[in-house]
Design a protein around this ligand. Structure first.
Ligand code: PHE
Length: 466
């Protein structure tokens, strides 16, 4: 507990800097932006966004998603940065300090730490598949479409292989977080993110210029056809805005806590949200150009990346497939380290563990917990049917934990934080600030509540097919 005591707010309201307490701080603004954008840009952008866009019919869904990013995502990201930077603490400490020990708000932080633990345990399994596909790409995809697609089924159903790749991925993740804020997370984000951008730009240009599917891909993503948009599509767009911006579980609180006091967090949140969105759209263009070029259907659900694309990659060859899966792996890695950092920061700040011990112990615990998700054969009854842990964890964290965390985070900044602190962290008290407060007090919580009720299948006007 010694650590948390040394970082208590002094009575005069000044803040002891992160470096003074040994927590670490971002070295540069660019480093922070790369790390936070690295957290946001992940499997959500490159794997999930294209497939759910395909499922929900394209343009109209994208428009709602963009609206959700602006109306809910961006304000919530600013709110998380505000909480983190003000407290200079992990999520549990950040929610606790104003209300002292035992405050019920602390539970929000706890929920975040638990979410980080659970999400990383299955995220690492998917990321492991991405690594596996880098190697499959080097060998090359050949055979009939069925043979290529069955490679994925084999991987998923063979826990030994899944666990092997999960081990490789978690080791990378632990190694980076072990290095600390500047020498681990910031350094690697500054390498991986620009590399990711270059690869993605290349793949998008290939889609637009090297295939005949480019214009159809653009039309699919940007020409809204509202007749295709279901109520469920609207709410899924909102839920995805959450997941893709790493909101609702304290990742941005934790990254915000390593920010310097003089940083302009509104401007940085805008930059990060734009980067995340642009990258998702670029990935969409790259993937759908290929899909349309080969006359496939965009609505391929979860298998779009690991089943449909490899069949197309058999035609394009490794020159496209290797960069693609490297891109996917890089994106997953910079997100995974932010998930681990949330858990580690709690043990460092609140339990007084050293970063190295915390990283090794918690990283290993998450790794072992991930075995549950890597084993597709292990199923338990959940919501009326036998399901694997992977699906259950994904479902519970995305539909319950993140929305609850995000909702409460909005309320905390909107109604609980002192006006003085709010204005200081926001960096202005002008019209923008007033607008921010209105969104955070009313609009965002209502929107998030809708997502939450949707996750619980409680919206009366949506047909959940039960
Ligand atoms: N934003 C990441 C993605 O799009 C996932 C993530 C969620 C990362 C929550 C950290 C926290 O893949």
């Amino acid at each position: 507990m010694a650590n948390s005591e040394t970082t208590e707010f002094p009575p005069d309201g000044s803040i002891i800097s992160g470096t003074a307490t040994g927590r670490g701080q971002w070295g540069t603004r660019l480093g922070f932006i790369m790390a936070a954008a690295g957290s946001a840009v992940g499997l959500g952008n490159i794997w999930k966004f294209p497939y759910i866009t395909g499922e929900y019919g394209g343009g109209a869904f994208v428009l709602v998603y963009l609206g959700a990013v602006v109306i809910v995502g961006l304000p919530l990201m600013i709110a998380e940065f505000m909480i983190g930077r003000r407290a200079q603490q992990n999520p549990v400490g950040a929610f606790q300090r104003r209300h002292r020990q035992g405050s019920p708000w602390q539970l929000v932080g706890w929920l975040g730490v638990a979410s980080g633990f659970i999400i990383l345990s299955f995220y690492s399994v998917v990321a492991g598949w991405a690594l596996a596909y880098v190697f499959k790409s080097i060998v090359g995809f050949s055979g009939t479409a069925e043979q290529i697609q069955s490679q994925f089924t084999d991987l998923v159903l063979n826990p030994r292989d899944s666990i092997l790749w999960h081990t490789a991925f978690m080791s990378l993740c632990i190694a980076i977080v072990y290095g600390g804020i500047q020498r681990g997370i910031e350094r690697w984000s500054k390498i991986l993110m620009p590399a990711l951008l270059v690869i993605l730009l290349g793949l998008m240009l290939y889609g637009l210029l090297g295939t005949t599917g480019g214009s159809r891909a653009i039309a699919f993503l940007f020409e809204p056809d509202f007749s295709k948009l279901s109520a469920e599509g609207v709410l899924s767009a909102l839920g995805h805005a959450f997941f893709t911006l790493s909101l609702g579980m304290g990742a941005m609180i934790t990254y915000g806590s390593y920010m310097k006091r003089e940083a302009n967090l509104v401007r940085d949140a805008i930059t990060i949200s734009i980067l995340d969105t642009v990258i998702a759209l670029m990935a969409g263009i790259a993937i759908f150009s290929l899909v349309f070029h080969y006359g496939m259907e965009p609505g391929q659900s979860v298998g779009l990346i690991f089943k449909t694309l490899p069949v197309l990659f058999a035609e394009t060859g490794p020159i496209i497939s290797i960069p693609f899966f490297v891109l996917l792996s890089f994106a997953a890695l910079t997100s995974a380290i932010s998930l681990l950092e949330v858990v580690v920061s709690y043990f460092v700040d609140k339990r007084g563990w050293s970063r190295r011990t915390a990283t090794l112990v918690l990283g290993s615990a998450i790794y072992l917990f991930g075995f549950l998700s890597a084993n597709a054969a292990w199923t338990v009854p959940f919501r009326g049917k036998q399901q694997g842990f992977f699906d259950i964890f994904d479902f519970v964290s995305t539909n319950y934990m993140l929305p609850v965390g995000g909702f409460l985070t909005c309320l905390f900044v909107a109604w609980v934080m002192k006006e003085k602190d709010r204005a200081r962290e926001f960096g202005s008290s002008g019209r923008l600030f007033v607008g921010f407060k209105i969104v955070l007090r009313f609009i965002a919580p209502v929107a998030v509540l809708l997502v939450l009720l949707h996750g619980l299948e409680l919206l009366p006007w949506v047909d959940y097919g039960n």
